[in-house]
Write a protein that binds this ligand. Structure first.
Ligand SMILES: [Cu+2]
Length: 159
């Protein structure tokens, strides 16, 4: 890991918190979480900030989880004709010296068909598969998140 990765007090704090999830790859995963959902939810969204401190693009090309789910997909939510749609993606790119925010209403990892929806505070292990074949394991806690409809109404108001 490069020493130049320390970018100030806040950055150092984040690194300590997520230190267990960082391996040799130069992708830093900050604040991974899963949005809490009702027990009958057909899918769960997983979110995190991906930081790439290297000189080349790093992509997440696949993911799986410690939860019993039918499948895991990489998604991006886009606004098309005034409607928010989730479009499956081949990969989630993180440009060099930049970051990609996996957040509600944007890029995310979708856990589809959970056998049992985890409750608030539960920790789910997510494995990110990168384009160079390396795997990065992160621990995502289930917590409450802003609802997609809130995002939507914000979009509508700003028009
Ligand atoms: Cu989705």
């Amino acid at each position: 890991m490069k020493p130049g990765i320390f970018i100030g007090a806040a950055g150092t704090l984040f690194l300590i918190i997520s230190a267990f999830s960082v391996n040799a790859a130069e992708l830093v995963v900050i604040d991974p979480w899963i949005r809490s959902a009702p027990p009958n939810a057909p899918a769960l969204g997983a979110f995190m900030l991906l930081e790439n401190d290297s000189d080349s693009e790093i992509s997440v090309v696949n993911a799986y989880s410690s939860l019993d789910v039918d499948r895991v997909e990489l998604h991006r939510t886009i606004m098309a004709d005034g409607v928010m749609k989730m479009i499956p993606q081949q990969s989630i790119p993180v440009p060099p010296h930049s970051s990609t925010d996996l957040a509600p209403g944007s890029w995310h990892i979708m856990l589809i068909g959970p056998g049992k929806v985890p409750s608030m505070g539960e920790v789910v292990q997510l494995t990110l598969v990168l384009d160079d074949g390396t795997k990065q394991v992160v621990k995502a806690m289930v917590r409450q998140g802003k609802k997609m409809m809130d995002d939507h109404s914000h979009e509508m108001k700003s028009e």
